[in-house]
Design a protein around this ligand. Structure first.
Ligand code: UD1
Ligand code: CA
Length: 461
């Protein structure tokens, strides 16, 4: 391999302290896994090679990253430490002559600019190794970085291997390094595992390289590693603050930002207002002027401009401009709602397509349905789409009005301009412009109570 910069992300560890069946690097943080966060922090350094060391549940990690191009997986069958992990890339970078950036897969909050700046320092000063450090108030668990006065690193000692005096050093190793590959590749095979964990530590290489320079990050939060659920929660909250700050700068109003969560994968146009207790997840896009919440959950969905989504849930769905949803509506399963529709109280819509200006105002279920424009769906209209084995479609034409409490037993097609009488159970197709009444005729028996009253009078005689 030739090229200036290669990157290796260490993602083979189990993450014992997470107490989880899921490999640590696959735990999600705001819409991406930890290892995806690490890979995304590379956008400004644009490496020629991206290597990911996998081991524990390697197939799961491979599958989770399968959507990424230009990633080579390197297997570390036994997890014998971070140094051992980097040793595994040796056969892959035999003719490589540039620099190797090493990232721990459990450091998800790095800013792309931080990596770029570190690389610039590394290359202009021609260091053999450069590493990111920070002063932590509570450095427990991290490797401590010992330097001479000029930030030249003399040694890195893991927390558990430190003496009590060494633990007073609050300068910690972030697990983010840049190495001159020609120097590192010579030292790597020599690593020894003489430490408390009997692991091959990558940090030991600094003893044999010169110069090794420590660069403090401006914002110590960036290099927070994730070893347990508490750190995962802290990182999530840091990420949330960042995401919401960015959207506020971009013209989005939050009425109570602390009660709202937004995945990194969400896109929001200016002049959107986000009310309390609203959560935006996955690949969601919100058009300008829309008002979301209070109390809405929108995931993998697109909302048009000037829409309102009040106390409702949208998943894998799309609603057009000027649509009013809620309170208490649930749209799911690739539902597509046209412009200026109204989806009201206690309405569920699944895998259905609605044209423009459709009203489904109260208490309805539409599943596998296709509605034209300006359809008025009466209160309590239900599509009976499931026969116990298969789902069937219902088609309703433009301007048709369904009466309250009508049931469409699918498959069934109703033409345009149809009027469906309230309480109908429609089992057969209906042509355009028809009135359909599919219910028992009303029969009225006059004088019912008074007759009974007369009879009871007779028997008492
Ligand atoms: C490591 C550093 C420590 C630093 C900290 C920062 C070493 C010896 N220590 O400690 O100085 O302060 O990160 O977060 O490097 N991994 C593998 N294969 C292995 C072992 C680990 O791929 O055999 C991966 C893990 O999946 C993880 C990363 O390497 O993504 C770091 O491993 P972890 O065990 O969390 O190291 P720390 O003890 O946190
Ligand atoms: Ca760690």
């Amino acid at each position: 391999m030739a090229g200036k910069l290669a990157v290796v992300v260490l993602a083979a560890g189990k993450g014992t302290r997470m107490k989880s069946a899921l490999p640590k690097v696959l735990h999600p943080l705001g819409g991406r896994s930890l290892v995806e966060c690490a890979l995304d922090s590379l956008i400004e350094v644009d490496p020629a090679h991206r290597l990911v060391v996998v081991g524990y549940e390697a197939d799961q990690v491979r599958t989770a990253l399968a959507h990424l191009d230009n990633v080579t997986f390197v297997e570390q069958t036994e997890q014998l430490g971070t140094g051992h992990a980097v040793q595994q890339v040796l056969p892959h970078l035999q003719d490589f002559e540039g620099d190797l950036l090493v990232l721990n897969g459990d450091v998800p909050l790095l800013r792309p600019s931080t990596l770029r700046q570190m690389l610039e320092v590394h290359q202009t000063r021609q260091n053999e190794a450069t590493l990111l450090t920070a002063q932590f108030l509570d450095p427990t668990g991290y490797g401590r970085v010992f330097c001479n006065d000029d930030d030249v690193v003399t040694e890195i000692i893991e927390h558990r291997d430190c003496t009590e005096a060494q633990r007073q050093n609050r300068r910690i190793n972030a697990g983010v390094y840049c190495f001159k590959w020609s120097a590192l590749s010579k030292i790597l095979p020599e690593l020894k595992a003489d430490n408390d964990q009997q692991e091959y530590y990558l940090t030991d290489v600094v003893k044999d390289m010169t110069p090794v320079v420590a660069v403090d990050v401006d914002d110590a939060q960036e290099i927070q590693g994730i070893n347990n659920r508490k750190q995962l929660a802290e990182a999530y909250s840091i990420l949330q603050d960042r995401i919401k700050d960015e959207w506020m700068t971009a013209g989005v109003t939050f009425l109570e930002p602390d009660t709202t969560t937004i995945d990194i994968t969400v896109q929001i146009e200016p002049d959107v207002i986000i009310e309390p207790q609203t959560h935006l997840r996955g690949h969601t896009v919100i058009g300008s002027g829309s008002r979301l919440g209070p109390g809405s959950l929108i995931e993998n969905s697109t909302v048009g401009k000037n829409a309102t989504i009040l106390y409702s849930t949208l998943s894998d769905s799309q609603v057009g401009d000027g649509v009013r949803v809620g309170p208490y509506a649930h749209l799911r399963g690739q539902t597509v709602v046209g412009d200026n529709c109204r989806i009201g109280n206690f309405v569920e819509i699944k895998k259905s397509t609605l044209g423009d200006r459709v009203n489904v105002a109260h208490l309805s279920y539409l599943g596998d349905a296709t509605l034209g424009n300006q359809v008025n769906v009466g209160a309590g209209t239900i599509t009976a789409n499931y026969d116990g084995v298969k789902k069937h479609p219902t088609v309703i034409g433009d301007r048709t009005k369904t009466g309250s409490n009508s049931v469409f037993v699918a498959p069934v097609t109703i033409g345009p301009d149809v009027t469906v009488a309230a309480g109908s159970v429609v089992t057969k197709d209906v042509e355009a412009d028809a009135l359909v009444v599919a219910r028992a005729k009303q029969s009225t028996i006059p004088g019912w109570r008074s007759k009974r009253y007369d009879q009871s009078d007779d028997t008492s005689a």
